[in-house]
Design a protein around this ligand. Structure first.
Ligand code: PMV
Length: 321
């Protein structure tokens, strides 16, 4: 039996994080410079039905049967087996590696999950369609995040730019409304990592506490973010790439007011602007993790150096296309 390999990219949220949890649209794009990879091969020497998981980067080597059901990799595998109604899978080994930094807003958890679901369902001879991969990954995201909007699993499963919105129903359930779209005019983004690991769930919880304490103020902030997202999407569609810069700056100011920036993120955002960026903002959950800057043509090297000088532990240059 051959080995089945699947990879999944990292992602950045260009506009709209946090407000997306409250029903506003957001725009996310894949980042192919980093990726998670899952390889499933037959477990020739294993007992029938054994699924061995090897993820050296998180020092995990265990059989599925021994992992708690809420362990994210176990949940992804079990989700596939349930979806396909397979109770006795052939023995296999799942090996996972990833170059996506953990807990820093680049979607590492969702990318591992998507790669695992795709490789495992292919190994079982029934590769799942994208929509189902994304839905299963959403269930696993709930373990990572608590109340995820669904944007991470969507952009990573589809591996395309996406505008995402959740249409929330009165009882709390929601329909994901997603649209993948082309980028008529490519643009360069520099990603800067503060080096501060910041679990998204904690940032999402702190925003919820703020929203519960001051619902009207937070709803106004979320509405303003939504307007920026709509303007940004119109600018991308029209190829007016430079106008994304000021929109990023405004989005960052709103995220500061929402309470998810921190001095290290603000310092990198300012350094990027001083280094020639057209605009910059924090990216993802915030309170650490990564920021992004829009680079005019030929400037990304300068911006990257400015970010490192200001304390970024890593920079990634990516072309959005
Ligand atoms: O930290 P990340 O990149 O996984 O960002 C999550 C984005 C939030 O809007 C903060 C949460 C969500 O579920 O959409």
């Amino acid at each position: 039996m051959p080995a089945f390999t699947a990879t999944a990219p990292g992602k950045i949220i260009l506009f709209g994080e946090h407000a997306v949890v409250y029903g506003q649209p957001a725009i996310a794009v894949p980042v192919f410079e980093v990726r998670a990879r899952a390889v499933v091969s037959a477990g020739i020497r294993l007992e029938p039905g054994t699924i061995r998981i090897q993820a050296p980067e998180i020092r995990l080597e265990a059989d599925l049967a021994r992992l708690p059901s809420d362990q994210p990799i176990a949940a992804a595998l079990t989700g596939v087996l349930q979806t396909l109604a397979i109770s006795r899978p052939p023995a296999c080994v799942l090996r996972i590696d990833s170059t996506i930094p953990i807990a820093s807003g680049l979607g590492s958890g969702a990318a591992v999950t998507v790669a695992v679901i795709r490789a495992f369902s292919a190994f079982l001879g029934r590769p799942l369609p994208l929509e189902q991969v994304s839905m299963l990954a959403y269930e696993v995201e709930k373990i990572h995040h608590g109340t995820p909007s669904g944007i991470d699993n969507t952009v990573i499963a589809y591996a395309m730019p996406v505008t995402y919105q959740r249409r929330v129903h009165p009882g709390g359930s929601f329909d994901p409304v997603l649209e993948t779209f082309p980028i008529p005019e490519p643009f360069e983004i520099v990603i800067g990592d503060t080096g501060i690991r910041s679990p998204t769930a904690a940032a999402v919880r702190s925003v919820r506490a703020g929203w519960q304490a001051e619902p009207e103020r937070y709803n106004r902030l979320f509405d303003s973010v939504g307007e920026i997202v709509r303007s940004a999407r119109a600018a991308i569609d029209a190829g007016r790439v430079e106008s994304l810069g000021p929109l990023m700056d405004r989005n960052h100011r709103l995220l500061q007011e929402i309470g998810v920036s921190c001095p290290e993120l603000d310092r990198l955002v300012e350094a990027a602007r001083a280094g020639g960026a057209l605009g910059a903002k924090l990216c993802g959950g915030g309170l650490g993790g990564n920021m992004i800057a829009l680079a005019p043509p030929g400037k990304s090297e300068n911006i990257s150096s400015a970010l490192r000088y200001a304390g970024a532990v890593r920079t990634i240059r990516t072309t959005i296309q």
